[in-house]
Ligand binder design. Sequence first.
Ligand SMILES: Cc1cc2nc3c(=O)[nH]c(=O)nc-3n(C[C@H](O)[C@H](O)[C@H](O)COP(=O)(O)OP(=O)(O)OC[C@H]3O[C@@H](n4cnc5c(N)ncnc54)[C@H](O)[C@@H]3O)c2cc1C
Length: 393
Amino acid sequence: MDMENNFNEADFRAEVRSFVEANLPEAVRGKILRGEKLLKEEYVDWQRKLYDQGWIAPSWPAALGGTGWSLMQRRVFHHELALCCAPETIPFGITMVGPVIYTYGTPAQKERHLPSILKSDVWWCQGFSEPNAGSDLAALGTRADDMGDHYLVNGQKAWTTHGKFADKMFCLARTSKENKRQDGISFLLLDMTAPGVEVRPVATIDEGSSICEVFLKDVKVPKEDLVGEVGKGWSYAKFLLGHERAMIARVGRSRMQLTRAKEMLAQITATTRLPAGKEAVQMRLVEIECRLRALEISELRVLSQHTDKGFDPSMASMLKIEGSEICQQLTELLVDLGGRYSMVYEGRTPSVNIGPDYRPGLMGDHLFNRVATIYGGSNEIQKNIIAKSRLDV
Ligand SMILES: Cc1cc2nc3c(=O)[nH]c(=O)nc-3n(C[C@H](O)[C@H](O)[C@H](O)COP(=O)(O)OP(=O)(O)OC[C@H]3O[C@@H](n4cnc5c(N)ncnc54)[C@H](O)[C@@H]3O)c2cc1C
């Protein structure tokens, strides 16, 4: 395993922490801590600070804007940011489409898109899922008809996170009908302001997920916005999903939530007797912490095996399953700890000033995390991927 430690961990942690202290507004930190919704401007402002510092894309090749850090250093960086309650970098540009463009894009695409992704000037959304193509993504019906110098795209995308904020969408569309459904799908970069694009927000239970439906009617996509080879989009999508799944283990965020749960437990038991007893809660904490530590080691292993071709899909799936289940276990525990105060729920932007400091956001975070086992490909589908690759079934 590539565990090289070519940096002084304590110094580096202190450097990251002091950067966050100097640059992250207290109001934003408080929102993250309480699981409240951030505004787009707050994400952009933070991401630009990371960019100015040269820290926005640690996993990219150094020549393209990455940091050149070792895996160990990258891991420490992400964990430290999460522990300091810094916003998570929005993944669609940096984690998802960026690596596809620098790996498979033309020189012109790299020149045009990579700088604006790094600077957060252009926001991306992911147009893969459709009403009849979620788990079974190869069933997608959006068509891109070849019109000579451009494609004419027609169809509907579903569950498009940040659809209403995004300037661009990377999307999968069918350019030909082949016997094998995975063939004939192409990877397109689509302008969200192009005529024929209609975005409709979808209400969600946590009232803060920014999910949309996107309708595409005769949308012109110039040929230069096709990534890689025509009909080979499925391979690029798999490469991208490997990055997405490996990065949604959210180990740092879970570490932060675990610390929060311990602090809440100490605060509550200082004045109150828990009905189930303190030990019962401690047992739940220990169980989660053991699982989280095991996940941290697995995450390192997966990162160390990353090659130019991406992540081993079954390993990325394993991280996704474990990371999402731990996230859910933690938010359930936090809601239980909050007791009756957790029940006061006014959406992801709390306005009622009652109860202890830890109350706001407990329920919103819990409700939002219901989706952790669905997005990025449901956990059942991840188990199918693992079974296929490891058990040869
Ligand atoms: C909050 C949120 C944000 C999302 N953001 C995006 C986004 O930005 N862009 C995007 O493209 N997509 C996005 N998605 C879509 C997400 O990837 C899909 O919801 C997911 O792939 C599941 O598809 P589906 O919802 O159509 O469910 P279905 O495919 O209809 O599945 C329904 C249930 O059946 C199970 N199931 C289906 N097939 C099998 C099988 N073969 N074996 C075992 N079980 C099976 C599933 O696990 C699930 O429990 C988002 C979803 C959510 C909830």
